[in-house]
Ligand binder design. Structure first.
Ligand SMILES: [Zn+2]
Length: 353
């Protein structure tokens, strides 16, 4: 699992060198620098511990809701009553092994929307039951892969459970459908970062595994049609965005920079759900790759996030290379609606100052 992320990082590096040659000497209008490629931050330094595919975003896609299996999980005998840690080999993938340490049954609370329990205590394991913020679960064991085992035999990563109900802090009443959990905004369960809604400086999920897997699928199937898609920028940290934005302000001035580069905390790349593909030039629209992406990305769960002619709505000029992962069903719905994500969700994208 881990390996594929590092493979993609290598692809980013090679893409970076291509990009450098493409950018040199072009005018400011031609070179839109929202997604400036930067090496190790872009894709793939995600650790297995920080599994975030279960974040609120995935709840938007109803295809992901898989509940029926929750009752037919076969349990190793007497795991919870054993005093010694128990090593549990997986039946269909022998290398997937974890150790469970039994604990007294304890009620814990889900700390964000859209969390799934998993069949196994490993990253990327099959989803079982979808939970919402503050749902209570009973945990009976802890694994050396940092998962809690639930009393139904399934697992939830430790990052998504808290000992007490989660306190959501907002300074003013939020419109219906909008929740903020630990500073992260969800609109109808979809994580949002735009000019209106920002992310905390320490929010650093890395590239989201679901989004990356969807990209690989799209890349693979595009290749079969002679289309070469590659990521030049994926997850970007708050610190990296700070450097990028400050550089663009120094280069073009603040007003111009705000048209193509997000202020720190406002970049969709910080969500881990956004990718810049192939080229940061608007001429990408007219390439075979750009045309294929616009016509097909929604089938893989992506939308062209900043469409042409929608700068007043999205807050950003047209970016034919920037895709946002929403899951297949929602991406198709948003695409069919002809709306931007802001219009679809009924939200704004405007800086407060
Ligand atoms: Zn971008």
């Amino acid at each position: 699992m881990k390996k594929e992320y590092f493979v993609s990082a290598a692809a980013v590096l090679s893409a970076f060198s291509l990009l450098l040659s493409g950018c040199s000497g072009a005018s400011h209008n031609a070179v839109v620098t929202d997604g400036f490629p930067l090496t190790q931050q872009t894709v793939g330094n995600k650790s297995p511990e920080s599994e975030s595919s279960e974040s609120a975003e995935s709840s938007a896609s109803s295809e992901d809701v898989t509940t029926p299996e929750s009752t037919d999980v076969s349990e190793p005998a007497d795991v919870t009553s054993t005093e010694e840690p128990v090593t549990v080999p997986s039946t269909d993938a022998p290398e997937e092994v974890w150790t469970e340490t039994p604990m007294e049954s304890t009620v814990m609370y889900v700390n964000t929307n859209g969390v799934y329990s998993r069949k196994k205590a490993i990253m990327g394991s099959e989803k079982v039951t979808l939970y919402a913020l503050n749902d209570a679960v009973t945990v009976v064991a802890y694994t050396d892969t940092d998962y809690f085992k639930l009393d139904d035999g399934n697992f939830i990563h430790k990052d998504y459970l808290s000992g007490e109900e989660t306190v959501t802090t907002t300074t003013e009443p939020l419109p219906e459908g909008i929740t903020q959990v630990n500073g992260v905004t969800y609109v109808n369960g979809i994580m949002i970062a735009n000019k209106t809604y920002s992310l905390p400086a320490d929010f650093a999920p890395g590239v989201q595994p679901d989004a990356l897997a969807a990209f690989y699928k799209m890349q693979y199937e595009a290749a079969a049609e002679g289309i070469n898609l590659y990521i030049i920028s994926g997850f970007r940290s708050y610190e990296l965005q700070t450097n990028l934005y400050n550089n663009y302000c120094a280069q073009d001035g603040k007003a111009a920079a705000d048209r193509y580069s997000a202020r720190p905390g406002h970049s969709e790349h910080q969500t881990g759900y956004a990718f810049d593909l192939n080229s940061l030039e608007q001429s990408f629209e007219n390439t075979a790759e750009g045309k294929w992406l616009a016509a097909n990305c929604q089938r893989y769960g992506f939308i062209i996030r900043y469409p042409k002619g929608k700068e007043e709505v999205t807050g950003y000029m047209y970016e034919p290379w920037h895709v946002r992962y929403l899951g297949e069903e929602l991406a198709q719905t948003v695409c069919d609606s002809g709306l931007t994500l802001e219009e679809y969700l009924g939200i704004t994208s405007v800086y407060a100052d």
